[in-house]
Design a protein around this ligand. Structure first.
Ligand SMILES: [Zn+2]
Length: 379
């Protein structure tokens, strides 16, 4: 008698399954209706289609800092937003925030509306767009990096409310510099509207940054980059973030920070590291001239720098390569999985995704034994 399979059912077998409580060697994952139905080792359940996929199963990557990819700047049209996220989907990202650099207010409002439209018209088999991340405009001139200084503003609750309205419920994170006048009050406004606050592009002292985290900020935007540097008598926002238990974004491309930085955050707490790309449109699109927030950027050897100052201008990183580099720096598979999905999901309140556990969305990246992507499953 022929075995009947449910079309919406699949078992991945013979794979090292990376779960929050460690790796299940030669395990299996039973997926039903896009959700993880069971996980185990030994004989897989026999009533479903079984695919033997030697290698590794990681939870789908969740990138909370992404500006573009595949030649598409996600501050552009609705199609650009979707195309950028789809590009990163091929590199294992199953959910992403779309980050917007500082720009004129009208332009930010348009971009936020486009992100909302992209979310509202998304197909279910595409990576999830979790919402928008405003990287600005309430940032410090002294640490603006590749943010266009012409469009920086002082904290302004009315303006934040305008951004929240433009995003139609999809503004999830705002990066701000807490030392600016009115910034602490702005943290209160953001929190009261359900927007997560990140500290970044900041010249804050350790004390001021600690106060921001105490007041409700929960993320440090690309730790060590775009912030007052750590010094032994002036440890600045980086140590404040680590000491406050904040989620610490790290651009683990081997250029923005030393590879030991990712290891250092995990040594502090394995629940604090978030690998992010900070990828710009040039990612996957080759070297050459590009634009970021109206500034000219030159990408050479995969490194994006401002044409004028040669400061770093985002990255051309993808999440699979960030994770491989983290493993090379000594992270365990379990730590790398937390850092590339679950930790960010916890801070965003995305509790139905981010780990390979019963009841979660079946967002899974399958790797070969040599850590090349074999398949990306989206629910
Ligand atoms: Zn960025």
């Amino acid at each position: 008698m022929p075995t009947k399979f449910h079309d919406d059912e699949r078992v991945l077998s013979g794979v090292n399954v990376v779960t929050p409580s460690g790796v299940i060697p030669q395990g299996w994952i039973h997926i039903r209706n896009g959700v993880i139905f069971a996980v185990g080792n030994g004989e897989p359940p026999s009533d479903a289609r079984i695919d033997v996929v030697p290698g590794w199963a990681y939870p789908g990557f969740v990138d909370v800092h992404m500006h573009g990819g595949g030649g598409h700047d996600a501050s552009g049209s609705v199609e650009d937003v979707k195309a950028a996220v789809t590009f990163h989907g091929r590199h294992g990202t199953t959910a992403a925030l779309v980050s917007l650099v500082t720009a004129p207010v009208e332009q930010l409002v348009t971009s936020l509306a486009n992100i909302a439209t992209a979310i509202e018209t998304r197909e279910s088999d595409e990576p999830t767009i979790l919402g928008a991340h405003l990287e600005g405009p309430f940032l410090a001139h002294a640490q603006c990096g590749a943010q266009n200084p012409e469009h920086l503003q002082l904290p302004n609750g009315e303006l934040l409310r305008e951004f929240i309205a433009a995003a139609r419920g999809n503004l999830r994170v705002i990066t701000l510099a807490p030392e600016l006048p009115g910034a602490m009050e702005l943290i209160d406004v953001a929190r009261s509207q359900g927007v997560v606050v990140a500290v970044g592009h900041t010249d804050a002292s350790f004390e001021v940054a600690v106060e921001a985290f105490r007041r409700g900020a929960t993320i440090a935007t690309h730790l060590h980059n775009g912030m007052r540097p750590f010094r032994h008598r002036d440890p600045g926002p980086a140590l404040a973030a680590l000491a406050s238990g904040a989620l610490c974004e790290v651009i683990n491309d081997g250029v923005h920070v030393h590879p030991a930085i990712a290891r250092d955050v995990v040594d502090h707490s394995k629940f604090q590291l978030a690998l992010v790309t900070d990828a710009i449109s040039a990612t996957g699109a080759g070297d050459g001239p590009y634009q970021l927030g109206g500034l000219d950027v030159i990408v050479s050897g995969g490194v994006a720098r401002l044409r004028d100052s040669e400061g770093l201008a985002g990255s051309t990183l993808t999440m699979d390569s960030a994770m491989r580099r983290a493993l090379s720096a000594g992270l365990s598979a379990e730590e790398a999985a937390l850092a590339s999905s679950a930790n960010a999901c916890r801070v965003l309140g995305e509790l139905n995704r981010g780990s390979i556990e019963v009841g979660r969305r079946a967002d899974i990246v399958l790797f070969t034994e040599t850590l090349e992507i074999r398949e990306v499953l989206i629910a």
